[in-house]
Design a protein around this ligand. Structure first.
Ligand code: GTP
Ligand code: MG
Length: 198
């Protein structure tokens, strides 16, 4: 096992303009319920740092977690998910605008972790999101979540299907499980390197 990432909850915001000065951010995006907040908890080895829920729509604001030393200005950012069908339309639209404003306009956003459900993804909505990210020209890294939900006998076929649908090489997707901790040490290393390079 590797050491947990040092992450502290800093604040929640509903607009880009509410965010204080910072150095650099790494944002976590993905469909509602894909496991964004659970992944942040696994990285920090904390159970309740980020709020998680069985029901989609747990995260409704831009939630900022500060990495490393106090006042480092290095942030890991948890966002609401897209495609949460049960929320009122207006609410969905508000979240979408909030996420898009943040992703397109934060000048210090350095990269994005794009989460895809390893058991069922990518969905049509995931693919639309990836296409949108390609347009805005932000570096991103694919992370396949819930690896523990894929039966070992199905693992090879599932991995092939996932990368084929995404149109990427196997090495471009990191498989993780917040449940078992699989892949978490590798992702911690990548995040440490990301912040160290800034
Ligand atoms: P929103 O905030 O609604 O966008 O969702 P989210 O992407 O933050 O998902 P969240 O972390 O709240 O997890 C959603 C559900 O998936 C919860 O019931 C988690 O326990 C479950 N989950 C998350 N990661 C894993 C995993 O690695 N394995 C398994 N089996 N379940 C997971
Ligand atoms: Mg969440």
């Amino acid at each position: 096992m590797s050491s947990p990432l040092q992450l502290r909850f800093l604040l929640s915001a509903s607009r880009l303009g509410q965010l204080p000065d910072r150095e650099v951010e790494l944002a976590v995006v993905g469909r509602s319920n894909v496991g964004k907040s659970s992944l942040i908890n696994a990285l920090a080895h904390r159970k309740k740092l980020a709020k998680t829920s069985k029901t989609p729509g747990a995260t409704q604001l831009i939630n900022i977690y500060e990495y490393g030393a106090e006042a480092s200005g290095q942030w890991l950012v948890d966002l609401p998910g897209y495609g949460f069908a049960k929320a009122p339309k207006q609410e969905l639209e508000r979240w979408r605008r909030m996420i898009e404003e943040y992703l397109t306009e934060s000048p210090t956003l350095g990269a994005v972790l794009v989460l895809i459900d390893g058991a069922v993804g990518p969905t049509e909505l995931d693919l639309q999101n990836v296409e949108w990210l390609n347009h805005i020209d932000l570096p991103y890294r694919f992370v396949a979540t819930k690896a523990d939900k894929v039966k070992p006998s199905k693992s090879k076929a599932r991995r092939t299907e996932l990368v084929t649908k995404l149109g990427v090489e196997r090495s471009e997707v990191l498989w993780v499980s917040a449940e078992t901790g699989a892949g978490i040490p590798q992702l911690r290393r990548e995040i440490i390197d990301f912040f160290a390079d800034r």
